[in-house]
Design a protein around this ligand. Structure first.
Ligand SMILES: [Zn+2]
Length: 329
């Protein structure tokens, strides 16, 4: 019988043995029974969910046409749709998901560092088994300098997520479809956490893994970016509705210093993406050399630094932030 510990305690030797078994698989013809998912397959499906999409109810979906999904489906010798269905077993959407799969969802979503480690073990074991990048894509970038940055960039606490899932909990309570409130809330909190992780991933990626205000970045230098970049909401999380909370155009990547200044409206961003210092900050810059060093010329750029192909932040979100910053007041 498979249990959660077969996943979370995965060793390099087990991962290598599972890759070997997958490579020895023959192609399954349509309609015939598929092999049971090996733990490494299920864990990679979970990883695809972290960079996937959400449906209208906020549940996590895998992008079936994503090149990484296509490559993994080929490698697993399964239809791409079966990877998406596996994810649906994990988060409790499908009645035929095994109980341990939902336990696994709760464990992984509440400890993404653990998942990060397991992902590395799986990719390393795949490379040892001779699978190169084309066959086994490193879709979370464990072989890049920015690995894990987006897993640490989300600023939303569990308390905040509890608020986010409350409307759906209420709906379930009202319909008396709620069999196990504690378990259900844990599953929904897991989905909400993955949603915020997707947001952080999309924002950091769109901003080129650098602070848009000062350019502090980690891609060019081989320095782990641990907690040095956050995915900041432009329209504050608390003021946003659930879809605005997850919209990548409502986010900017920032170093902790400039994130704090932006969150507290000391700086804002103009419609032309210029960086605008508030009156209090301008006074402080003139008075204090350290404030000037971080927020004056040299400390910040004139305009947001974003890659050429980046999608600019949403004008409505910028408008909200400008209004709260009372520029020129
Ligand atoms: Zn910065």
């Amino acid at each position: 019988m498979i249990e959660v510990r077969d996943y979370v305690g995965l060793t390099p030797a087990q991962a290598r043995a599972q890759w070997k078994a997958i490579l020895a698989r023959s192609i399954v013809s349509k309609g015939s029974k598929q092999d049971v998912f090996a733990p490494i397959e299920t864990l990679l499906c979970f990883g695809l969910g972290l960079i996937g999409t959400r449906n209208a109810r906020g549940r996590i979906n895998i992008r079936e046409s994503d090149p990484s999904t296509v490559a993994l489906a080929l490698l697993f010798k399964r239809p791409a749709g079966s990877l998406a269905l596996k994810l649906a077993n994990l988060d409790g959407r499908r009645a035929n998901g095994a109980k341990f799969e939902q336990d696994l969802w709760i464990v992984l979503t509440s400890d993404l560092h653990l998942f990060r480690h397991l992902y590395e073990v799986i990719i390393d074991a795949g490379r040892v088994a001779g699978l190169d990048f084309d066959v086994l894509p490193d879709f979370l970038g464990s072989e890049s300098a920015t690995f894990g940055a987006f897993l640490e960039a989300d600023q939303v606490s569990t308390e905040m997520l509890r608020e986010e899932v409350e409307p759906e909990m209420k709906k379930l309570r009202d319909s008396s479809a709620l069999m196990d409130p504690i378990e259900t809330e844990r599953l929904l909190l897991g989905s909400a956490r993955v949603g915020q992780t997707q947001f952080a991933h999309a924002v950091l990626d769109n901003c080129g893994y650098s602070c848009v205000f000062c350019g502090l970045g980690f891609r060019a230098v081989n320095l782990p970016p641990s907690k040095m970049l956050v995915a900041s909401h432009i329209k504050a999380w608390r003021a946003s509705d659930n879809s605005e909370r997850l919209d990548a155009l409502n986010g900017l990547a920032a170093c902790p210093t400039h994130d704090a200044a932006f969150d507290s409206f000391l700086i804002t961003v103009g419609d032309d993406l210029s960086i605008v210092r508030g009156p209090a900050l301008i006074v402080a810059i003139a008075r204090d050399v350290q404030v000037a060093r971080n927020f004056g010329i040299g400390g910040m750029l004139d305009h947001l630094l974003m890659p050429i192909n980046a999608r600019p932040p949403g004008p409505a979100y910028l408008g909200w932030h400008q209004g709260r910053s009372k520029v020129g007041a």
